[in-house]
Design a protein around this ligand. Structure first.
Ligand SMILES: [Zn+2]
Ligand SMILES: [Zn+2]
Length: 261
């Protein structure tokens, strides 16, 4: 069996539609070797009620541990998808270091007070060139913070299909080099296919850059419902193989190892 993992799953602890136990059978069905939960955690701002309440953390961790112990056909891992805010690195780190996690996904959803993925209105009247550059700057700061094992949907700013006027290649190169320098993995996030973008993150045109810079990769569904676990994974792995990737990152207790796929 080919080794596959899906580390980016949202259950009812944040904004997913089903409890974590309901994702296990579909994950086995999808041929996955590991499934990992990654509830939204935002310590500083919650505009739309989609994040896990910090007081739910102990029961979340315990619930996933119970599922892990009672599941034999697939490995169950505990993670979080944590919102990154520049200037809040210290507080974020202090919170995370006390948690028993297999990995932490760091994501940039916020630019200033607003989220970039809650409607195209955010983009109205703004320079896409400047937004794109500024978004990648923030993702680079997330990478350099040392807080995260994996960066989530690293070019989420593409979600509504707005494109910078120039060639964004230097931005992807800068991002990949920062990942290299700080030893952070990225994900191919297949959920972009379900959004207005209708394609994966990051832009497949620039995946070769991540391979050239030798950045560890995961394939993740970002599923918010059980039917989307492992969605489009055949295509995502085929794409990675085409680009030249031969192995992927697997995490245990925040230690990474590489596994061939
Ligand atoms: Zn996200
Ligand atoms: Zn997510």
């Amino acid at each position: 069996m080919i080794y596959r993992t899906d580390y980016h799953i949202h259950s009812t602890y944040s904004d997913g539609r089903s409890g974590p136990e309901e994702y296990i059978a579909p994950a086995i069905e999808a041929g996955l070797s590991e499934i990992g939960f990654s509830e939204h955690l935002n310590l500083f701002s919650d505009q739309d009620g989609s994040v896990m309440a910090p007081e739910d953390m102990p029961v979340y961790l315990k619930n996933i541990e119970t599922i892990r112990k009672s599941t034999t056909l697939i490995k169950v891992k505990t993670g979080l998808e944590v919102d990154f805010f520049k200037g809040k690195e210290k507080e974020t780190g202090e919170y995370l270091e006390n948690l028993d996690l297999d990995y932490v996904i760091g994501s940039v959803h916020y630019m200033g007070e607003k989220t970039v993925d809650n409607g195209p209105e955010f983009y109205e009247g703004k320079s896409i060139d400047r937004l794109f550059e500024s978004y990648i700057d923030t993702v680079c700061a997330a990478v350099a913070s040392g807080l995260f094992d994996i960066i989530g949907h690293c070019d989420l700013i593409r979600i509504y299909g707005f494109k910078p006027s120039g060639d964004p290649e230097p931005h992807y190169r800068r991002l990949a080099r920062t990942m290299k320098q700080h030893n952070v993995a990225f994900e191919v996030n297949t959920n972009g296919r379900n959004r207005p973008l209708a394609d994966f993150y990051p832009d497949r045109k620039y995946l070769g850059i991540f391979h050239e810079e030798n950045i560890p990769v995961c394939v993740n569904s970002d599923a918010h419902m059980p039917s989307r676990v492992g969605q489009y994974f055949d295509e995502a792995y085929e794409l990675l193989r085409y680009v030249g990737f031969t192995e992927m990152a697997v995490f245990d207790k925040r230690v990474r190892r590489m596994v061939p796929f």
